[in-house]
Design a protein around this ligand. Structure first.
Ligand code: G3I
Length: 371
């Protein structure tokens, strides 16, 4: 109660700041007591080569995620070699700033070397041998940061668009039980860490039905899952806020905590259709599909702000079950949308512009805290 009153008092200051200079308020203060607000960090931010980015991170965010450095191919590039140089710096940065530190990710079908699924002669591994590799990887990576990394994306994107389990090599070789085993290994390696199933498009009913069935099954098997991560790779008009609201409610009903793990809003044309985060999409460059090279028209800037405002309003409505909202990058210079699904575009997906200045979308995100 007392914490909330202090937060409310602080909120008055935040609102005053929004009315004046938004740059003086911070996301982490605006949502203190509701959920932590995070950002995914790239290599220059982790190593201190992006001083301007690091200043924004320290001032604005209370949580960090590693955009790439803890993916299997980076942290475990060869069978008997782990590379912890960058992850060690990443964790140290989070500790220095007293942040909630996220690990992303342990099991994915992308960014995992093909040799993981084969023996030294190129023959496809059997179930037992692949489970042994999975266990070694998880014990080594989670174990190294035991008590320091607070939450792990244990399985990433394991449900397909039709709601079935994704036909990854993990599924084909081990069978559906690989998901439960990954959670158990992670829990054995660090029993205090929050453990997530993380995915995109869970706002779409068909895919969500599959995800709900999976989570129910895991709960029934007493698998140590704590949280469902909605990645939150959104467009200006899709999914609707009602769909986001429903997705959060449905996972909360299962007793899960919910985290928004990779939030961004793409304003650029999507020749391949609606929302997706399938990293394998690769569409040819075409200047008609890169309309805002010279800057974002004010009308679109305002739509983006309104979109962030409505999304944060839904998140704050569910603050009892949402423990984290993480942006997938810091400034527009960093967003993966500059290179996906078409390379070399000028994207505007985040809350800070290329010069590191807060955008109208930032003001809207702060304002939605309602303090
Ligand atoms: O670091 C190399 C660089 O040395 C090389 O010159 C360059 C040439 O293409 O590639 C660089 O690596 C790229 C890396 O991002 C760093 O920029 C990879 O090619 C590129 O594939 C990689 O993309 C990442 C993608 O995941 C695939 O791992 C994005 O940064 C990252 O934002 C994205 O994040 C994913 C989440 O992990 C899961 N959910 C979807 C989300 C968005 O796609």
């Amino acid at each position: 109660m007392q914490t909330r009153s202090i937060a409310l008092a602080a909120g008055l200051l935040v609102n005053l700041a929004v009315a004046g200079a938004a740059a003086e308020s911070s996301l982490k203060d605006a949502y203190q007591g509701d959920f932590v607000v995070g950002a995914a960090l790239n290599e220059p931010e982790i190593t201190g080569q992006d001083a301007a980015g690091d200043a924004i991170i320290a001032a604005q965010f209370s949580s960090i995620s590693p955009e790439n450095c803890l993916k299997w191919e980076r942290v475990h590039p060869e069978p008997n070699r782990y590379d912890f140089a960058l992850p060690d710096q990443y964790v140290a940065l989070g500790e220095k700033n007293h942040m909630f530190i996220v690990g992303h990710n342990l099991v994915w079908h992308n960014q995992v070397p093909d040799r993981v699924f084969h023996d030294a002669n190129g023959k496809l591994l059997g179930r037992k041998a692949l489970l042994a590799r999975l266990k070694h990887h998880i014990y080594t990576v989670v174990g190294r940061y035991k008590g320091r990394i607070n939450a792990w994306d244990v399985v990433n994107e394991v449900v397909d668009e039709d709601g079935s389990l994704r036909k990854s090599p993990w599924l084909k070789i081990i069978g559906p039980g690989y998901i439960a085993m990954a959670f158990r290994y992670a829990h054995q390696a660090d029993s205090k860490a929050e453990l997530l199933y993380n995915d995109y498009n869970l706002e779409i009913p068909k895919k969500r039905e599959g995800a709900i069935a999976l989570v129910k099954q895991l709960i029934k098997q007493r698998v140590p899952i704590t949280t469902v991560g909605l990645q939150g790779h959104y467009l200006l008009g899709e999914p609707s806020v009602e769909q986001v609201d429903t997705a959060i409610s449905e996972f909360a009903k299962l007793g899960m905590k919910v985290a928004i793990t990779e939030l961004d809003v793409d304003v650029l044309p999507r020749p391949a259709g609606g929302p997706t985060a399938d990293v394998t999409l690769n569409i040819a460059q075409n200047s008609a599909l890169n309309p805002y090279v010279g800057g974002l028209p004010d009308s679109v800037q305002q739509q983006l702000a309104a979109r962030y405002g409505e999304l944060f309003a839904v998140f704050v409505k569910h603050r009892d079950v949402i423990d984290r909202v993480t942006l997938w990058g810091v400034t527009d210079a960093d967003t993966w949308h500059n290179n996906w699904p078409i390379r070399g575009r000028t994207a505007y997906s985040l809350l800070f512009d290329r010069a590191g200045q807060p955008k109208p979308a930032f003001d809207a995100a702060i304002h939605a805290a309602g303090r």
